[in-house]
Ligand binder design. Structure first.
Ligand SMILES: *Cc1c(COP(=O)(O)O)cnc(C)c1O
Length: 393
């Protein structure tokens, strides 16, 4: 089976991990800050906070932006459930903004219309989570302009877009949003096994994210010596002192994972270059088939986490299910991204229904994700294309 995604682990990655295993620090040593600094430098952001996974990063991002009961977070229905669940962890409500049928990202015009209605009736969102679907950035300049007008905060879910670019800057440079979230799950662009990160240019937000990651605990600056109260100062100044200032979590990334991340980051550019090459090759070799290849907005340069085709079902005799099954039977590990989040049983129980976000639903009916990963060979890709040609003939 040719998988839809696969990690790329080198001998250097394995050495980086074993080096940590032989060291004194499996967690909370220097490997974490090293990975954070390397990623912040790569993206051009001020700070990066490494955490256990992207879901944890989304959760503390919402907490750090004061999302709570009575508030609402808006995201795209065409995403993994984690982009919406983070609001529910904070006791807040969720709503969705339909997608742009060209990019499959949150539609800026649908967002503008929904904000206008919410602005007049009450019920504006506190946070909007644009999801950079498949590795292509959302239209952040336009979303920023809406945030300035309506006063919401922006958490970019860039789980798919590590190494991608928007208007000449790396995704993660945080030029438009409050914070950007990465995932390092093995199917994503680079991996730490499990892992995630929140990047930001806001020093206050960075500080809060980093203590929410570790129980809400800070190590306070030692107060100045007061010779008139020696005993009290001795107690307050002890080097063991830590203070829990709010309710945080244990969402830390281990040094084992961080070392793998730093080692993987050194190969991020070649990974993305190969993904771009494979995507361009799919574009070229699939051009004559009855399907739509992924359209790219001119402001973006995708990291190509996913390559999604949309079948022209009125031009072929088969259903999406039949095409999917035939590809799987031919040893092609196709997948489907995403079941619209609002149609999940949990979100139906909250009142969402099929029909509410028709672009996301219609996209979902026709979509198939083809295999794409940095180690994929041209021969493997030719096998995928030949199978698709045969099935659609
Ligand atoms: C993978 C993914 C997540 C969650 O990532 P984890 O690191 O597995 O928690 C969140 N959002 C999107 C869009 C994803 O693809």
């Amino acid at each position: 089976m040719i998988p839809y995604g696969r990690q790329d682990i080198s001998a250097e990655d394995i050495d980086a991990v074993t080096e940590v295993l032989r060291s004194d620090w499996l967690t909370q040593g220097q490997a974490g800050p090293r990975f954070e600094q390397a990623m912040a430098a790569y993206c051009g952001s001020r700070s990066a906070i490494a955490v256990a996974n992207a879901t944890a990063a989304l959760h503390i991002a919402c907490l750090a932006l004061d999302l709570g009961p009575g508030d609402t977070l808006w995201t795209s229905p065409n995403t993994f459930v984690a982009s919406a669940n983070c609001a529910r962890y904070c006791g807040a409500g969720v709503d969705f903004v339909d997608i742009d049928p060209r990019t499959y990202n949150m539609s800026v015009s649908a967002l503008a219309e929904k904000l206008e209605v919410a602005g007049s009736r009450g019920g504006l969102p506190k946070i909007v989570v644009p999801v950079h679907f498949a590795g292509q950035s959302c239209e952040m300049r336009e979303i920023r302009a809406l945030a300035d007008r309506y006063g919401f905060r922006i958490v970019e879910d860039a789980s798919h877009a590590v190494g991608g670019e928007y208007l000449g800057h790396k995704v993660g440079s945080c030029g438009y949003g409050d914070t950007t979230i990465f995932s390092f799950h093995p199917v994503k662009i680079i991996t730490t096994g499990e892992g995630g990160m929140a990047l930001t240019n806001d020093p206050k937000l960075a500080e809060r994210l980093s203590y929410l990651r570790t129980h809400g605990i800070i190590r306070p600056a030692q107060p100045p010596e007061d010779p008139s109260e020696p005993r009290v100062n001795e107690e307050r100044n002890g080097p063991w002192i830590y203070e829990q200032i709010e309710l945080g979590l244990n969402y830390r990334m281990t040094d084992i994972q961080s070392a793998l991340g730093t080692s993987q980051l050194a190969r991020l550019d070649p990974f993305v270059a190969r993904r771009r090459e494979l995507a361009a090759r799919y574009d070229r070799l699939l051009a004559k088939l009855p399907l739509t290849c992924p359209w790219q907005h001119p402001d973006t340069n995708s990291a190509w986490h996913l390559y999604v085709i949309r079948l022209h079902r009125n031009e072929i005799k088969l259903s999406r299910r039949q095409v999917f099954d035939a590809l799987r039977a031919a040893g092609i590990g196709v997948n489907v991204h995403y079941i619209p989040v609002h149609t999940q049983p949990y979100y139906r129980k909250l009142g969402f229904e099929t029909g509410m976000f028709p672009e996301a639903e219609s996209y979902y009916e026709d979509a198939i994700t083809l295999p794409l990963f940095s180690r994929m060979t041209n021969d493997e890709q030719d096998t995928v294309i030949a199978a698709l040609e045969k099935i659609l003939a």
